[in-house]
Design a protein around this ligand. Structure first.
Ligand code: DGL
Length: 284
């Protein structure tokens, strides 16, 4: 048992989709979440800068005493995967979970025709991190595409409408033409627009969310190492941002994690009048 928090890191708010999935599967765990809003978005930035920003925040999470690090950002995972494992797992014994390997494993399991698409930020796609991760499954054909404007739509709360559909069609049409049957959502924002992506790419394509798959990896690693939170102390959730507007960050945290529920009404069942149905009505 270990009651220290799990450190979850993202460039901003996208990693909250991973935090959400972790909280759903591990409701007793404490979370210390950091969004590097001073440097976000990472997607369009040079990968060397993303690596430096990421290691700075991860060092800070380690200094705050986390028991595990979750790099809940595809662009940061692309930039730091190898360094992070050496720096924290090999040197300090702190497990590091990232979002690319879990999604790749799920896609390998899922595909039937061996043709898999991956969408992400410009940084993630140009790093070839997904192609490298899929190298262990050489029988698959991988088709990648960057979708730089999706992050801005998600943060604005826009998940439908002509602008979004036109942009999505231009990003996704080449993948549809490549006859993929599985599409990896290789950016932590995309699960929040998965219905739109599914609508545009077509129902026959199965979407793989790195958020959910990563939560499974967090679960497995905690259980395997025997470092789950003891159920006696209630969990704490702390959200930190490195810069920008506190109000804006808080608003997005609420939207990504679910709004606070402030009132619950107790109602009695049977209070509504329903006309009595006869046997004949039910079989008609
Ligand atoms: N969190 C980033 C990712 O998953 C997307 C947002 C950004 O560009 O910073 O790649």
């Amino acid at each position: 048992m270990n009651d220290a928090p799990i450190g979850i890191f993202d460039s901003g708010v996208g990693g909250l989709t991973v935090a959400r999935a972790v909280i759903d599967q591990l409701p007793n765990e404490s979370i210390l979440y950091v969004g590097d809003t001073a440097h976000s978005p990472y997607g369009p930035k040079p990968i060397a800068d993303v690596r430096r920003y990421t290691l700075e925040v991860l060092d800070d999470l380690v200094a705050q005493g986390v028991k595990m690090l979750v790099i809940a950002c595809n662009t940061a995972s692309s930039a730091t995967l190898r360094d992070a494992r050496e720096r924290y797992t090999t040197a300090l014994g702190i497990p590091v979970i990232e979002v690319i390997q879990p999604a790749v494993r799920a896609a390998v399991r899922q595909t039937r025709n061996g043709r898999v698409g991956v969408i992400g930020t410009v940084g993630t796609i140009s790093s070839n991190a997904y192609e490298d991760a899929f190298a262990a499954a050489p029988q698959l054909s991988i088709f990648t595409g960057s979708c730089p404007r999706f992050v801005e739509f998600v943060e604005a709360g826009v998940t439908s409408g002509p602008d979004l559909f036109a942009v999505a069609e231009s990003y996704l049409a080449p993948l549809r033409a490549a006859d993929i049957d599985t599409l990896v959502l290789g950016c932590t924002h995309y699960p929040l627009m998965s219905a739109a992506i599914q609508y545009v790419i077509g129902e026959e394509v199965t979407l793989v969310s790195s958020a959910e798959e990563t939560a499974f990896d967090v679960y497995r690693t905690l259980v395997k190492h025997g470092i789950e939170h003891g159920a006696t102390i209630p969990p704490t959730y702390v959200f930190e941002a490195t810069g920008g507007s506190k109000a804006e960050f808080t608003g997005l945290v609420r939207r990504f994690l679910g709004p606070d529920i402030s009132t619950v009404e107790l109602v009695e069942t049977g209070a509504l009048y329903l006309p009595t149905l006869t046997e004949q009505d039910l079989t008609a």
